[in-house]
Design a protein around this ligand. Structure first.
Ligand code: PMP
Ligand code: GLN
Length: 388
């Protein structure tokens, strides 16, 4: 048989699926793959159910239902002061994953360099490479995960087509600062590149930190592409509804990839996400507050057991330093052991790196779960690894 595509063949099953399967097989509490517990906000779910009978179930427009595109534009104005023409500067995708793929396929020519920041989300590299791009990595180091500005500048060259980054950042739980984003914007202009901004956790920033879209910064209107996800903003990860805001000329090109990847996204879910985005500020504040309380609960529990917990400025993830458990092995061995023998699944942070594993071993936990579940997970971990 002739070989299948070599680039994709190189990547195994994603770590999220691997750990979720292991968690199911061992009946472990799954704090690995990032998904919130529960069924999502009741009014949004009810809107999806109602839309099955009130909205057409046939192909919606390729760029998305007008209601949702208008809601995306209104959301961008309300939270970021972005003036967006919904008819040309927004589009709906099948999750942020498809948005990322459509954007990368639309922009990258074989041989283009793409600046990425490690640790990085797992779908980035296979798609960049499948599109013929050459990833150029800049590494952040725990516990601060500060952006090394000299290394960032060194990563850009005349061959750079775009930078792809994620804030708030999975799995580092870092929120990029205005200074870091300003440095990115300056390089994007200097090297005449694009910026693909994965902002799926835009409403999960803690301790009063603002979420700053690059798109709202000076000089970025024609260059930055903002990606959001209803999966994260409404705790509905199974729906796979994403949205993009960008200059009209870019949306036009991204749509050319989108139309051949999926063409469209289920219309009832689009209608419901429009209703979701149009909810009052209290919904968004509630989400941030709820996640912050859960972060504190899990962090306190793990710290009480004597474990080294890294700061979490945003997202619904926090990581521990495996060295603080006394476990003899790397992060992957630790996460497997934790799942099979301790009954709590986690994700090895080393899985978010392109090349050589980073120094140190860290395990990522998702805290978007009921308090009882977080407490039981903490109890199990403390029983096995507790030092306090
Ligand atoms: N980017 C990041 C950083 C994520 O954590 C996720 C989570 N799944 C995605 C993109 C994909 O989002 P979606 O489920 O909307 O495809
Ligand atoms: N974004 C989720 C995480 O980081 C997983 C998404 C997926 O499983 N594809 O855990």
């Amino acid at each position: 048989m002739k070989p299948t595509n070599a680039t994709l063949a190189e990547y195994g099953t994603t770590i999220f699926e691997v750990m979720s399967r292991l968690a199911r097989d061992h009946n472990a509490i799954n704090l690995g793959q990032g998904f919130p517990e529960g069924n999502g906000p009741a009014p949004v779910v009810a809107a999806a159910a109602a839309a099955l009978t009130t909205v057409s179930n046939q192909y919606p427009p390729m760029l998305g239902l007008p209601d949702l595109r208008q809601a995306v534009a209104a959301h961008d104005l309300r939270f970021y002061g972005l003036e967006v023409d919904w008819t040309t500067q927004t589009m709906v995708t099948s999750g942020a994953t498809e948005a990322l793929a459509a954007v990368l396929f639309a922009l990258i020519e074989p041989g283009d360099e793409v600046v990425v920041i490690e640790p990085l989300y797992d779908s980035y590299l296979p798609i960049i490479r499948r599109a013929g791009g050459i990833p150029v990595s800049v590494r952040l180091a725990p516990p601060e995960w500060a952006l090394p500005l000299d290394q960032l500048a060194a990563a850009f060259s005349a061959k750079t087509k775009l930078i792809l980054y994620n804030t708030p950042m999975n799995p580092a739980a870092k929120v990029f600062t205005a200074a870091e984003l300003g440095a990115i914007a300056a390089l994007v202009q200097q090297f005449d590149t694009y910026a693909v901004c994965d902002e799926v956790y835009e409403h999960i920033c803690f301790d009063g930190r603002p979420h700053l879209p690059l798109l709202a910064m000076p000089g970025m209107a024609e260059r930055a592409i903002k990606i959001g996800s209803a999966g994260k903003t409404f705790s509905l990860t199974g729906w796979k509804v994403g949205y993009i805001t960008a200059a009209a000329a870019l949306i036009d090109r991204i749509a050319r990839a989108h139309q051949y990847l999926v063409f469209t996204t289920p219309p009832n879910l689009q209608a419901a996400v429009a209703a979701g985005l149009n909810q009052g500020d209290d919904y968004y504040q509630g989400l941030t507050q709820e996640m912050q309380t859960k972060r504190d609960r899990l962090a306190r529990g793990l710290e009480r057991a004597g474990l080294g917990v890294l700061p979490a400025e945003g997202t619904y993830f926090l990581s521990i330093d495996v060295a603080s458990t006394g476990f003899d092995g790397d992060d992957e061995a630790f996460c497997r052991y934790l799942t099979t023998d301790v009954g709590v699944a986690a994700i090895p942070v080393g899985a978010f790196y392109a090349g050589a594993r980073p120094t140190g071993a860290f395990a990522r936990f998702c805290f978007a779960k009921r308090d009882e579940i977080l407490d039981e997970a903490t109890t199990r971990i403390a029983r096995r690894f507790g030092r306090a």
